[in-house]
Design a binder for this molecule. Structure first.
Ligand code: HEC
Ligand code: HEC
Length: 277
């Protein structure tokens, strides 16, 4: 936890400086765009009311830009931290949001807005945003697929990585711990509509999230299956599984799995009620 606190402290100063300087314009821009939005109109109609914006390079290779992507322009306040198109910040602290299932992203935006996840700079950006707009933001980032950076070389001992692999792929029946794979998908890249990827994320971020569930700073809708998973995960095992996940490369072109009828080992409220505001 000390490591996370240090990272947070180190990140806070440049964040605040940036928020005060170059983000002011995009944040204001976002607020203005939202204020100008008539409720309930489709995105295309909203886009046509915007002042013309420079075209944004499309993600899908070879596809010409048909419409200037004003959503990308509006979400510059987000991508200032989360990297271009949400592919992750440069220092491993700001997580990737691109290409994650839209229902998962939407649930997280609601959680930050309403306090079930705590990160004050995001909360202030999201305060007052209606569910319909959060859905548009979630859909935008879910549809972005910039390439993944290769994982950083792990400094964890081989025995730790081996233990992490077993936990991720098989779980530990003695600890009543289901395999991460049973919910997060065969290649651990998440499952539509509401289960996120576990690979393609830095170790500090993964450890931070498991720690947040443990100490109550993060929660998901009840029944909160991740809170239950974390109850059966020792500190050493949490560290081992994060180390292995962070060292596992994302296969080129891979996407989150599509939900199957397969029953999950625990009930997860984020799935059952995904989509409600
Ligand atoms: C000041 C930097 C900053 C800004 C601006 C910011 N974020 Fe974040 N975001 C973060 C950090 C740091 C986290 C991880 C917080 C934590 O530890 O739980 C995060 C987490 C997230 C997550 C959860 C990711 C996951 O895998 O669970 C989503 C989704 C997200 N942000 C979307 C957005 C959107 C959309 C915006 C713009 C409206 C935005 N963020 C603006 C820094 C930022
Ligand atoms: C019973 C199903 C289930 C199992 C088993 C499970 N998870 Fe999860 N996990 C979820 C769900 C659902 C979420 C999304 C929660 C939310 O909406 O915030 C999640 C979210 C997460 C996140 C947050 C990711 C992010 O981008 O912020 C992490 C980290 C995580 N799980 C790690 C693990 C690890 C490690 C294991 C194995 C030890 C595991 N999970 C096993 C269902 C599961």
């Amino acid at each position: 936890m000390w490591a996370m606190k240090l990272v947070w402290r180190a990140a806070r100063i440049p964040c605040i400086l940036l928020l005060l300087t170059c983000w002011q314009a995009p944040i204001l821009g976002m607020a203005l765009c939202r204020a100008a939005e008539p409720q309930g109109q489709p995105l295309a109609a909203l886009q046509s009311q915007q002042a013309p914006l420079p075209p944004v390079t499309p993600v899908a290779a070879g596809k010409p830009a048909q419409v200037p992507d004003t959503m990308a322009q509006r979400l510059k306040a987000c991508t200032a931290c989360h990297g271009p198109l949400g592919r992750a910040g440069p220092d491993g602290y700001y997580p990737r949001i691109a290409g994650k299932p839209a229902g998962y992203l939407y649930n997280q935006l609601v959680a930050f807005r309403d306090g079930a996840r705590q990160y004050p700079p995001m909360r202030s950006l999201l305060t007052g945003m209606p569910a319909a707009y959060l859905r548009e933001i979630a859909a935008f980032f879910a549809s972005q697929h910039p390439g993944y950076a290769p994982p950083s070389i792990s400094t964890a001992p081989p025995a730790t990585l081996a233990r992490g692999r077993v936990l991720a792929l098989d779980g530990d029946p003695d600890q009543k711990l289901p395999a991460c794979q049973a919910c997060h998908g065969a290649i651990l890249l998440g499952v539509e509509p509401a289960i996120p990827a576990l690979i393609g994320l830095p170790r500090d971020y993964l450890n931070g999230q498991l720690g947040a569930w443990r100490n109550g700073r993060r929660s998901a809708r009840a029944p909160d299956c991740m809170a239950e998973v974390v109850r059966h995960l020792s500190d050493a095992d949490a560290n081992a599984v994060s180390a292995w996940l962070a060292a596992t490369p994302v296969p080129a072109g891979a996407l989150p799995a599509v939900q199957t009828e397969q029953k999950l080992p625990l009930e997860c409220g984020s799935l059952a009620r995904e989509g409600s505001p």
